[in-house]
Write a new protein. Structure first.
Ligand SMILES: [Zn+2]
Length: 377
């Protein structure tokens, strides 16, 4: 059980703002004991819910199992569930409890590989998705449960495909909705992000001419060309921004050549650039730098984003990209989540249980404060 019991009520830390406008947030009735409510198992503690979500391997492209599970569970809890199709078996889940909810809590159900099953070790929940982002989904779900009990106009939006092409968010953004506030969840160490860097994927390709490696003068090595080109990257001047910092470039994957004893006829580098300025500006700079020494293939990009602060919440800047720019039709965006991006995508992914639990309060306060600002109260 989560929450302080006080004379027949559970006192939930909704904060002063929420208590003033939504008094029910402060004094929810104690839910009946679990043996009396076999069909009404409302999630109030994000820990078991996070573990439940993490028991599904939902590496991007394989989210169908967790999506079905989440949809079924939300419907059993009385949410109206809309499934927004993305690709066969992969749907975005939109859960509502009132006709036109104005605040949407959203994060992603897909994860990066490899799958790591959940493990609880004291205050530490480890495994794939612990902080990115199934733990966050669980905290949001608990917060939405409380908000809904207080008749606050809240919705949940759980997307797929965030870790690769953002196809879930693209599909969700086409759906008409009345949302005026989007609270997106990614691990920000429980701070409100003031901005996020964007991202641009590029492939640089060099072409050579194969020859016997004993007679390199008869061919032309594409791998040598590519290595020389990439060596210049560190001295390339790319934009920086006072809030977001520097543009950075990661040489994520290299490939090329056909055999040790053949002069390489081809080579390619897959780059991921973290943007602090529009993608077109950086793309033009890269093309000018490369000239005719390679071809530049443009992959998908996400622009950098500037976000709002709210009083009472510590702030930060995130160097990673999120679904926020793609979900432009879901209202004024905010970004907040328990856990650290420093352990996301690693074999050591974890979140502290205490942080997961306090995020429930935080999402509840954020929802109320953000809607207050939106409606000018
Ligand atoms: Zn994430």
């Amino acid at each position: 059980m989560y929450g302080r019991r006080n004379g027949g009520t559970v006192v939930l830390g909704g904060g002063r703002a929420s208590a003033r406008r939504w008094p029910a947030l402060r004094r929810l009735p104690v839910p009946p004991p679990s043996y009396l409510r076999p069909c009404l198992d409302l999630p109030l503690d994000p820990l078991p819910l996070a573990i439940e979500l993490m028991e599904h391997d939902s590496t991007t492209g394989h989210e169908a199992g967790v999506v079905d599970h989440v949809a079924d569970r939300l419907m059993a809890e009385g949410w109206t569930v809309e499934r927004i199709p993305v690709s066969p078996g992969r749907d975005v889940i939109h859960a509502t409890a009132s006709p036109s909810p104005t605040v949407t809590l959203s994060t992603h159900l897909d994860t990066v590989p490899p799958y790591l099953p959940p493990r609880l070790d004291g205050d530490r929940l480890s495994g794939r998705g612990a902080c990115d982002a199934k733990g966050i989904a669980a905290s949001m779900w608990c917060a939405a449960t409380r908000l809904r009990e207080a008749a606050f106009p809240v919705a949940l939006l759980f997307v797929v495909g965030e870790e690769t092409t953002h196809d879930g968010a693209h599909a969700a953004n086409l759906v008409p909705n009345a949302s005026r506030v989007l609270i997106n969840g990614e691990p920000t160490e429980s701070t409100l992000a003031l901005g996020t860097k964007g991202a641009l994927r590029l492939v640089l390709r060099c072409e050579g001419r194969a020859a016997h490696s004993a007679y390199p003068e008869l061919g032309h090595s594409a791998t040598s060309d590519l290595v020389r080109l990439l060596a210049e990257l560190d001295s390339l001047k790319l934009p920086s921004d006072p809030l977001l910092g520097d543009t950075t470039v990661n040489i994520g994957q290299l490939a090329g050549g056909v055999a040790d004893n053949v002069v390489a006829p081809w080579a390619e580098a897959r780059l991921m650039i973290r943007l602090v300025s529009p993608a077109e500006e950086v793309l033009a700079m890269v093309r000018e730098w490369v000239g005719d020494r390679a071809t530049v293939e443009e992959g998908n990009s996400v622009p950098p984003v500037r976000l709002q602060a709210l009083s009472g919440f510590p702030t930060s800047v995130a160097a990673y990209a999120t679904d926020i720019p793609v979900l432009a039709n879901w209202g004024t965006p905010y970004l907040f989540g328990p856990g650290s991006i420093n352990v996301a995508h690693t074999m050591n992914e974890y979140v502290r249980v205490a942080e997961l639990r306090s995020a429930v309060d935080a999402y509840e306060r954020l929802a109320v404060a953000a809607l207050d600002r939106e409606t000018g109260r």
